[in-house]
Every structure is written in structure tokens, then in C-alpha cells.
Design a protein around this ligand. Sequence first.
Ligand code: SIN
Length: 480
Amino acid sequence: MKLNNQNLLQTSAFINGEWIATENSFPVNNPFDGSEIAQVSDCNKKHCTLAINAAKEAFKIWSSFTASKRSKIMKKWFQLQLQNAKDLGKLLTIEQGKPLPEAIGEIKYGASFVEWFAEEAKRVYGDVIPGHMKDKRITVIKQPIGVVGAITPWNFPSAMITRKVAPALAAGCTVVIKPSEWTPLSALALAQLATEAGFPPGVINILPSMKPEEIGTELTSNPDVKKISFTGSTRVGKLLLKQSADQVKKVSMELGGNAPFIVFDDADIDAAVNGCMETKFRNAGQTCVCTNRIFIQHNIHDEFVDKLSQKIKELKVGNGLEEGVQVGPMINKAAIAKDEQLLEDAVSKGAEISIGGNKMEGQFFEPTLVGKLNPEMEIFKAEIFGPIAAVYQFETEEEVINMANDTNFGLAAYFYGRDYAKIWRVSEALEFGMIGINTGSISTTVAPFGGIKESGFGREGSKYGLDDYLNIKYMCWGGI
Ligand code: SIN
């Protein structure tokens, strides 16, 4: 693969500031055509322990730096990410599949966390609390929690790393990262830029591995790891939570979603269609905040569906590197099989597919529109994670709130309408951690990303994002 900065194509593990080639390797393939991009180091428990030890040593140095010194190194890393955005984007498209403009967008989004938290590093303020007794004073300080184990997903191979690592580094923590085995190259490219930015050895460690359970077990059971931050499926999140419980580790969990997208009959329908396209087909439907269930009020249903159908038919599917492509390949065959199975179940229970519905040659799935759905179908309960727009009808506000909340997930929800009182009521009633009101685009560095219910806990981004990497200590001063 040709990049302008060929140094970004790294294939070894990154431990204690060094590239470590392991005995075994595994292939990383392009989801567009299955071709092998590179053989990458396959880390095991031994490498994970080494990385944790390195991070523990580096913590002594990194946490002792002034916030301003940490901030300067982080800003350099941010600038390098922007300077190399085209190459990083290309690498991301090749290993993950999303269209190049979207991939470059992810690099910029990811870099924005580094910039934001480089600033926030300087604002880790404590408190002075009025004492409860005449001779007492109370002060509060915040301290970095220690070594952080970060386990990140394939759907955002770059931004989900920076969204965890940037607040951790800003707080003074050091990190051991296990990127997804499907997309380790973007992670390793970030490590290369981290060395150029001047991070001391051991502050950032990256362990590509085909043995996620082995690495996960070491991260959750090694007492030197003080915090686990995970983005991925609810199934794996529950496993990591159980494993972390033995040592009562601090944990952040960004898990699955089942986002409702509600359109009330007073909405701007064209805006709602555009918002729906944006949140449904981003990354071929493979994000945790992608619209999963589209609820349309009965009297605007046909108009909305006609307009949505038009847009879906216009989508260009193909190689993410090709100009104009909007929907890239799916990450693997299992993702395609899951979507086929969801549609099969829905159709067997009365659903009607009006557009698409099939896998395509290669690793693609047709942008699909399916209607006549109901809550008894699997597609209502499962996270689709594919380019399938699933449309339901509703009559009343109460009915749609009940349907929207009828899920164990609670990550993102969206709705369109104009009545301000209804907007307030619906926002309060939806049991989700993030609400998009008249927008399908909610992800930004400056807002607290995160869910409730089985979508997890902990917040990433914004001023709240730092808290997950800090311990609070209070000092009670007596005899004053
Ligand atoms: C995710 O799918 O987990 C992240 C999506 C985003 O940051 O917008």
C-alpha cells in the first residue's frame, strides 16, 4: 500500500516506546476485496504483562509532568494527526471499508479529542468545601487513576482510541490499548505519531492480537491496571465487567445501541429524511448510534417513506477509495449473515422489503428499506449494524415513547418535531443517554457521549470525559 508517509504503516506491537515483532502474526485484510494488507504482530499474555509493566513505570514520569507539559506533547500529537489525515484516512478505509471522506472525517473527529483534552489537562480543578466544624477545613483534589486498559472496536479504529486515550493522558494516566483484531493498523499509525510527538516510552502501548480473550483477561486481572475502558458489544462488555469485579476496577462501558428515530407529524419532513439518511447509513450502518428503528406518525408515513426511498435508491455502494461511494463494504461475512437472518425473521412474520434486502457480490449488503414491522420481530430488538432502514408506524406520542423505550439498550435516540412542549416532554421521557432533536448528527468532542441501561456507563468527550480517569481524594484538616 502506498502512503505519502510510509512510516505510518507499522505492523509490530508498540511496547515501552519500541516496535516489538512477536513470534506469531496474523493477517489484516481489506474488507472490499479480501486482499491481505499486512501481517501484524499477534500479542499474547506475556506481551500484555510487559506493556502493563511499562505503563506502570511510565506513569511515575507522566503523572509528575505539569499539565502544561503533558498538554504540549498532546497538542503536537493532535497536529501530526491532522497533518497526516489523508494517509491515516486511506489506511482506515483500506482496513475498515468506510468511504475515504468519512474516514478522513473520523481522523479529524478523533484528533479533536486530543486537542480538547490537551486543553482540559490544565483544568483539573479541586475544591475547597466549607468545613462542618469550627476547627475543620475540607479540600478536594483529583488524581490520575493509574494504568488504563483500553479495548477498542473496529467500526472507529482511530477515533475510539483517541476518545479514550486523550482524557486518560490529560489526567496523567498511561495506557495499554488492545485495538480490534480487524483494524489494528490505524492504531499502530497513531503510535508512530505518538513517538514523533515526544511521549515518553511506556505512556502509550498498543497490542494488536488475535487473542482478545487472553489480552482482556490479563488487563482485567492484573492488579497494576486500575481502569478498564471498553467500546464494543454488550455481550463482551458484560464479560469484562464480571472479570473486573474481582478487583473492583473502575470501568467505563460504551456498549450497543438500539436507537429510535421518531418523526412526528409537525416535523420538517425533508430535514427528517436527511437526518435519517445521515444517521442510518453512516459507516454502512455500523455505528452504535446508527438509527435502528424508524418510527413515523401514521399521517405522514407515506410521504416520509417515498422521500426516504428516493434517497436510498441513490446511494452509491462500493470501494471506499472510489470517488462518490457512500456505502462501503461490511466488516466481515458474519455481519452480512446477521442482517440476512434479521430480514428473514421479519419477512417470515409479515414484514415487506421494498428496496434491497440482499447481500451483494463481495462483502456488501444492499441499502435496504423494510416496513410493516412490529415489536415481535428480532429486528426490533437487535442492533442491526448494517444498512437496513427499518420503518414502523405509530399513532400517538404515548405509544411511540413506549415503543422507543421497549429495549434493554439506552444509547442514542433521535426525534423530529416542532412543538416545543412536546420536544421537552419527549426528551425527558426517552430512556437514552443522548438525544438528537431535529438532527441526526450528535457526535462531537464537546458533548458527553455515553449511554444508560445495557448501553453502559461512563462518558467520553466533554468536561465529563475526564472524570472517568481521575480519583477524587478529600482531605479533612483538623485543629485549625
Ligand atoms: C460508536 O459507534 O461507538 C461511536 C459513534 C460516534 O462516535 O459517533
